[in-house]
Ligand binder design. Structure first.
Ligand code: IMP
Length: 428
């Protein structure tokens, strides 16, 4: 039995959906513990592509229990759409359970998200505009509405009234926005969602702890990535939750002694969506090639992702913050055909070479990457089924990537499909 936390070791979009799907084969339970529908996890099963924003990727296997923990913020309309999509594809969802402690996203959260970004102008974060930040803000301010209140008609009517009155004032008086929320309409809409979602609400913390105590394999599926973490990321260009491994405990309701292993997912290069400094960003033909070949466009917003070389400074930082036991390196195939590959091993900044990720964003913006170069390969690797079949230069690149990151590699992705995954060691 094992409890494994799987996290993004970069700025999100590392391919967590695919790796979760791969590991879910041997898991009994898959748990989301933070974020919301700002996440977009793509899973390709045979020739079918599933894009999941809230429901754990493990739902695609028939018999696994899938849980949404208290640390997640839930947009009920999106969740119901996702459930409908799965039903249409013949995927059963009766094994889904949602924590009553998870907070709910309302239209006023989306309105405030947009208004705040507009208000900030050139200082905007580049959020996904899904209301994520404002929903977590309300949670911290103790004025949020949780699933427990959503499914209680009286509670919902009362708490929504207070929220809408306040948010309408905020929109009109602070942001000078013409947008106003219609209380009755939203109440009606959300009462409808509540009826449909009520059967899924259950004490997730109890279910998770019980599964671990019974010796089951539990997989915690992180969303976003370490550098988007509210505390440990490139603040303020971060999301409003905690994508790091330790948040699995607070976000699902279990103690740290119950976690056995943490796995970091990292692309063989690196990408970032939204604003903020990015030392290895490429503004040249290689960057454009990575974007095109890697289909680097957001699953949630469709925005193009900024692309750059693999950054081992970031990988070591992610290893430290998350206590990574191993790495899953995804999208190795996207590097095929490049003559020379580079890995950033340090940053040149103000006359010195930094090997630790700086906490000052101003300093990070002044950092110039120091690279080591490696020869590329031309052979198509998308049909490779065993690590030893990879071209020697690909293995050489991976070996150095692991050494420079200070973490061994357990999984390598050579294409988007479920089968295009090489396991170097057993994790469950
Ligand atoms: P928010 O989470 O919508 O508030 O957006 C805050 C920042 O996190 C923005 O830079 C987003 O682009 C980024 N972000 C949020 N979710 C994801 C994700 O799943 N992948 C990559 N970036 C994300």
């Amino acid at each position: 039995m094992s409890a494994i936390v799987l996290i993004g070791a970069q700025w999100g979009d590392e391919g967590k959906g695919k790796v979760t799907d791969f590991l879910a084969r041997k898991a009994d339970m898959i748990v989301r513990y933070q974020g919301g529908n700002n996440a977009g996890h793509t899973v390709v099963v045979d020739d079918r592509v599933f894009k999941l924003h809230l429901i754990p990727s493990g739902i695609l296997y028939g018999e696994k229990q899938c849980l949404i923990g208290n640390g997640v913020v839930i947009d009920p309309a999106v969740l119901l759409e996702e459930l409908d999509m799965l039903h249409q594809q013949g995927v059963a969802t009766d094994r889904l359970r949602i924590s009553p402690r998870a907070h709910v996203i309302f239209p006023h959260h989306r309105s405030i998200d947009r208004a705040e970004e507009e208000y900030k102008g050139s200082g905007k974060i580049g959020t996904t505009n899904r209301g994520i930040g404002p929903a977590y803000t309300d949670k911290a301010a103790r004025v949020g509405i949780r699933m427990a209140e959503l499914v209680d008609q009286e509670d919902l009517a009362e708490k929504l009234r207070t929220a809408v009155d306040f948010k309408n004032r905020q929109l009109a008086e602070l942001y000078r926005s013409a947008e106003q929320i219609d209380y009755t309409q939203v109440l009606d809409e959300y009462n409808g969602y509540a009826q449909k979602l009520a059967p899924y609400v259950a004490d997730v913390s109890l279910l998770v702890n019980d599964a671990i105590d019974r010796g089951q394999n539990v997989l915690f599926e992180g969303a976003q990535g370490t550098l988007l973490d509210l505390d440990h990321g490139t603040y303020p260009y971060v999301t409003s939750s905690h994508p790091v491994a330790s948040a699995a405990c607070t976000g699902a309701g279990l103690g740290p002694t119950k976690i056995d292993q943490t796995i970091g997912i990292a692309k063989a290069y690196i990408t970032r969506v939204g604003e903020g400094p990015f030392p290895t960003e490429l503004h040249d033909a290689v960057g454009a090639a990575l974007q095109e070949r890697g289909f680097e466009f957001g699953t949630t917003t469709g925005r193009p992702r900024r692309c750059g070389w693999y950054d081992a400074v970031i990988a070591r930082y992610a290893a430290r913050i998350n206590g990574l036991g191993c790495l899953a390196v995804t999208k190795l195939d996207v590097l095929t055909g490049l003559d020379t590959l580079k890995i950033c091993v340090g940053y040149e900044c103000d006359g010195e070479v930094l090997t630790e990720f700086p906490y000052s964003l101003k300093k990070l913006a002044r950092c110039k990457p120091v690279y080591r170069e490696f020869p590329g390969w031309r052979e198509d690797i998308t049909a490779v089924t065993d690590y030893n079949q990879l071209p020697a230069n690909a293995r050489n690149y991976l070996q150095h990537l692991a050494e420079l990151s200070g973490v061994p590699i357990a999984i390598v992705g050579v294409g988007p499909g479920r089968k295009q995954t090489l396991a170097l060691r057993d994790l469950f």
